[in-house]
Design a protein around this ligand. Structure first.
Ligand code: NAD
Length: 456
């Protein structure tokens, strides 16, 4: 038996013992997790700096803070989410009562990427614990410092028959995916998402796929360009653009193009200074492979601003590209770096058509005060979620689910959506014995008209 098989077998025994069914026990595990994170806070922030050059502020705001909020929200609502929920009965099942109850799925696999290596591993873990599952985690090899801290922290806090971490690259992923899980929660690229889904299909294992893609921004006429530029620059260049919901490209009303580019430049300067490469608040690119990939994208249009490089520190300054080559990788692949192409349009309808002709985005950001345009975008375009007049912050609202649609993903999490993802909602009908209505039993002679009256 290899290490993974042994771990799975011990987890199965533990899960079947019923310990995780106890909601009070689950809450204790969430509290333990919160305390562990708190004890490891400095180490986690240092690891995030080592992996991605994230400042403590950014590390706390976009990683630790989000996980704390998820834990607190789950602790607050877990009693109500795990209660039996009575539902109405129907005349056809008379006499009966009915209820639904959320049940853990069993052993779940959580695979996470490197860009928010702490948050994207721990936030699904919180939901999986709350729902009563045993968990195997596979953090990304690229964010090695954070992945190691996660393993160490969790191994100290929990037994490996409950929560276990496996490290490695795609070989380890392939090995893990060959085993049977009760659910797989994968965050990463659409291409690897296809591999995950194919492997899961062999065991009929359900999957949640949190994927990516190109998330557009639309800038409508008549808006406050300065404010929009500031909010777009913030959303784009946080984590040096290595954010799944980062604005990927901007469609701007032609008459605003020049002003918008100017305001964007000013915002970048205010946030990161005139030499962002020397700014310790400005993150680095995760590794050489992604740095080289992004270098190629710098040549796919007119360099309007930025473009400075520090190959040693793997830093690329916030960069604006105008007149992007629409057939280049810049406009075909997800950019996932600090490069922002800007494309002018003449009629608002063109933006709708442009987006409809591409894969469903994970996020979409509309800057508009025009109610008709707001409704058009919200109602007519299919995308995971987004903001009107801001970027990224829809993720911060703990009351909303987060997930993609089509090639940007399937399923969702955050708050109750996470709990639901890692639970099975079981429907139970409890029949009364004091009466047994004879209608359903053969022989059916003379009963058809009554059946029609009841069911039509
Ligand atoms: P990736 O798909 O390359 O890797 C994700 C995970 O899959 C990693 O753990 C990696 O080791 C593993 N992997 C890579 N190749 C594999 C293979 N052939 N077989 C099995 N496993 C394999 O993604 P990434 O580069 O780590 O992250 C970037 C992508 O993730 C972007 O597309 C981004 O939009 C997306 N993303 C999505 C979200 C979201 O919440 N929707 C969040 C962050 C990132």
């Amino acid at each position: 038996m290899n290490e993974i098989q042994l771990c799975l077998s011990e987890m199965r025994t533990f899960f079947l013992s019923g310990t995780t069914q106890d909601v009070t026990w689950r809450k204790k595990q969430l509290i333990t997790l919160r305390q562990s994170i708190s004890q490891y806070e400095t180490t986690i922030l240092k690891a995030l700096y080592a992996d991605l050059g994230k400042s403590d502020f950014e590390g706390f705001a976009t990683e630790l803070g989000i996980v704390y909020a998820e834990i607190d929200h789950h602790l607050k609502h877990l009693d109500s989410w795990t209660k039996k929920h009575r539902v109405r009965s129907t005349i056809l099942t008379f006499p009966s009562s009915a209820f639904t109850i959320a049940q853990p799925l069993g052993i779940v696999l959580i695979m996470s990427p490197w860009n928010y290596p702490f948050q994207l591993t721990l936030a699904p873990l919180v939901a999986a614990i709350a729902a009563g599952n045993c968990v195997i985690l596979k953090p990304s090899r690229y964010s090695e410092h954070t992945s190691q801290v996660i393993e160490e922290m969790l191994a100290k806090a929990f037994l490996s028959n409950y929560i276990a971490t496996f490290q490695g690259g795609s070989a380890m992923n392939t090995e893990l995916l060959s085993h049977r899980f009760d659910h797989i929660f994968f965050t990463g690229s659409p291409n690897v998402g296809k591999i995950v889904m194919e492997s899961a299909a062999k065991h009929l294992t359900p999957v949640t796929l949190e994927l990516g893609g190109k998330s557009p921004v639309i800038i409508d006429a008549g808006i406050n360009v300065k404010l929009a530029a500031k909010r777009i620059a913030w959303g784009k260049f946080i984590n040096a653009g290595q954010t799944c919901v980062a604005p990927d490209y901007v469609l701007v009303k032609r008459e605003l193009l020049e002003t918008f580019v100017e305001e964007l430049k000013k915002s970048i300067q205010v946030m990161y200074g005139t030499n962002p490469l020397n700014n310790s608040d400005y993150p680095k690119i995760i590794n050489q492979k992604h740095f080289d990939r992004l270098l190629e994208l710098l040549t796919c249009g007119t360099l309007a601003y930025g473009g400075q490089l520090d190959p040693k520190a793997l830093k690329i300054a916030p960069t604006i590209i105008t007149e992007p080559n629409m057939d280049s990788n810049l406009m075909i692949d997800e950019i996932f770096g600090p490069i922002l192409p800007i494309i002018p349009y003449d009629n608002f309808e063109q933006t709708i058509e442009f987006i409809q002709n591409r894969e469903h985005p994970l996020a979409l950001y509309l800057f508009s005060d025009n109610k008709t345009h707001q409704d058009l975008v919200v109602n007519n375009l299919i995308y995971g979620g987004g903001c009107i007049n801001d970027t990224i912050v829809h993720l911060v609202n703990v009351h909303m689910a987060f997930g993609g649609v089509g090639s940007s993903g399937m399923g969702s999490y955050h708050a109750k959506a996470g709990f639901n993802t890692f639970s099975h909602t079981k429907s139970i009908l409890k029949k009364g014995n004091w009466l047994d209505v004879p209608l359903r039993y053969p022989p059916f002679k003379g009963k058809f008209s009554l059946l029609k009256r009841l069911m039509k």
